[in-house]
Design a protein around this ligand. Sequence first.
Ligand SMILES: Cc1cc2nc3c(=O)[nH]c(=O)nc-3n(C[C@H](O)[C@H](O)[C@H](O)COP(=O)(O)O)c2cc1C
Length: 155
Amino acid sequence: MIKEKLSLLQPISMGSRKLRNRIAMAPMTRSFADDRTGVVGQDVVEYYRKRAADGVGLIITEGIIISPRAKGTTGVPGLFTREQTESWKNVTDAVHREGGTIVAQIWHVGRLTHHEIAGGLPPQAPSASAFRIARGRSCSSFWKTIRYSGRDVDC
Ligand SMILES: Cc1cc2nc3c(=O)[nH]c(=O)nc-3n(C[C@H](O)[C@H](O)[C@H](O)COP(=O)(O)O)c2cc1C
């Protein structure tokens, strides 16, 4: 009865996709991927499958990097190697089996990376401007892992 009245629970079209309801899951970085390969495992498959089983209409994945230099923090998944793509197919298959819809959020952090995060590669950004942080402040989540407190850092 309630289900019939609530527009939130009614199906809707999004481009060519037909969503079973209007509930969407926001993209949330989980850092569960293999840090070296950017491949997602069975834990990530299960994480997204469960959300689809709960009835979410549209799942937007965590940010997925599109190249090694796109990486801004540890444990983020990628979608630029065959191994990574195959691992995501396990996720999408599991979500589809639960009747869900999932789209990938692709991600490039621009200058907000560091060679210690990006496998030794330098940052890649649209401009050459450095991102400066104030003395003793952290500039993004990965600085919790690699600490540069107490001095200025170009990141
Ligand atoms: C743990 C966590 C991880 C997040 N990761 C991403 C992300 O990968 N991509 C993104 O666009 N937003 C990310 N966000 C932002 C959320 O998608 C959302 O926009 C934000 O939480 C505001 O929504 P709220 O007001 O409902 O909390 C993240 C938020 C949280 C709490």
